[in-house]
Write a protein that binds this ligand. Structure first.
Ligand SMILES: *Cc1c(COP(=O)(O)O)cnc(C)c1O
Length: 389
């Protein structure tokens, strides 16, 4: 059986995953599961999804042989360029798929949660593309921190709802989005932004991101005539990593997920049930979910998708962490060696490659998913470097 195949009938990946939702949500997640299974087996749905990714989102994204970076690192490095996809990251793959599902479900509105605002912007984009309404829940603190993304969402026609409960950040926005969804199930689809939440979401989002890994695998085989020995991606909730790993899970490549030191849910987390799933979460001694800390707002989810917890448990993938200083250095290295400014999230994967370069043997190749572009992070990078903007 394929390692990254179908979860079991309870939506479990080993001991992780599952479906822990309030009773009123149960019919909606079951309907979603059934509709996704039908849609994913329907050649017309797949053709439409692929057509939109090609004509609108700019797929396939290139696989780029980073020759100057390779020289610096002393190993053969290839970049899967999700930074070149529409809206600047892999997130478009998921929201296009879920907007198509919403349409198939007869829903007229998308609900989403967002932390840094990137998933909110992607959801607002897909909503505009499909003529759907859009409501995005965002912690009050994030609304203040991410004013530009709030404006982008509004420009795209979405309503941004500030969440004032709890720590007023991403985990509270997820809770509020789920609460609101219960009150508008008839009209609204909840568009989750990563491989998290109750079954079937982790499975659906991974399947919509699988295109990243499948393209990369075929492109690498074409260009290099082999499979890469190492496949590396950053992990927030884990969608770009899951999509990437799905293309290589059945190969012999070593799969490495890179978490931020202050948000290492697999490295430092504890098993728990949060946001509808069993997975690994940063928790305090009383089991309260803790705030993740990272220079990249897109990686500060305090948990991780259940399939990553499973891949770690069975030893198919390894999860390691890097610190903010290494990440900033990796941004600089890629910018100067290749003329590419990566997103701070993606720079985690690069920072790991740079730090661990002694582990790569002669003749081995490393494929890194560059999940997004760094334009959105210019101000953060400038501030962290003590420069003004
Ligand atoms: C949102 C985001 C991430 C983190 O999300 P995953 O679900 O872990 O992929 C990583 N990189 C970029 C550029 C993002 O926008």
């Amino acid at each position: 059986m394929s390692v990254m195949g179908h979860p079991d009938s309870a939506g479990r990946f080993g001991e992780f995953g599952g479906r822990f939702v309030p009773e009123p949500l149960m019919p909606a997640v079951i309907e979603l599961e059934k509709t996704f299974e039908e849609a994913w087996g329907d050649p017309e749905f797949r053709a439409e999804y692929r057509r939109i990714l090609r004509e609108y989102a700019g797929r396939p994204t290139p696989l780029y042989h980073a020759t100057r970076l390779s020289e610096l690192v002393g190993t053969d490095v290839w970049l899967k360029r999700e930074d070149l996809a529409h809206t600047g990251s892999h997130k478009i793959n998921n929201v296009v798929g879920q907007a198509l599902l919403a349409r198939r479900l007869g829903k007229t509105r998308l609900i989403a949660e967002t932390g840094a605002g990137q998933h909110g912007v992607a959801t607002a984009t897909a909503a505009a593309l499909f003529g759907l309404g859009c409501q995005v829940f965002m912690g009050e603190i994030d609304v203040e921190r991410q004013a530009l993304n709030v404006f982008r969402m509004q420009l795209l026609g979405a309503e941004v709802v500030p969440v004032s409960s709890g720590s007023r950040t991403l985990k509270d926005a997820v809770n509020e989005a789920m609460r609101t969804w219960v009150s508008c199930l008839e009209t609204s689809h909840y568009c989750i932004g990563s491989v998290m939440g109750p079954h079937p979401y982790p499975y659906i989002v991974r399947e919509f991101q699988r295109v990243v890994g499948e393209e990369a695998s075929a492109q690498f085989a074409d260009a290099a005539g082999k499979s890469p020995e190492w496949v590396v991606a950053c992990v927030g909730g884990g969608s770009n990593a899951a999509g990437t790993f799905a293309g290589f899970a059945d190969s012999s490549a070593k799969l490495i997920g890179v978490e931020p030191e202050g948000g290492a849910a697999i490295g430092k987390g504890v098993k728990g049930v949060v946001h509808g799933m069993i997975s690994m979460f940063l928790q305090d001694e009383f089991g309260q979910v803790e705030e993740a800390q990272s220079i990249s707002a897109g990686l500060d989810y305090p948990g991780v998708g259940p399939e990553h917890a499973y891949l770690a448990a069975i030893g198919r993938a390894s999860y390691e962490s890097v610190g903010d200083a290494e990440v900033l250095e990796a941004v600089r290295v890629l910018a100067r060696s290749e003329g590419i400014i990566p997103a701070l999230e993606s720079a985690h994967a690069l920072a790991w490659v740079i730090r661990e370069r002694a582990r790569f043997k002669e003749g081995e190749s490393v494929l890194v998913t560059l999940s997004g572009r760094g334009d959105k992070d210019a101000e953060t990078i400038a501030k962290a470097s003590g420069a003004g903007l």
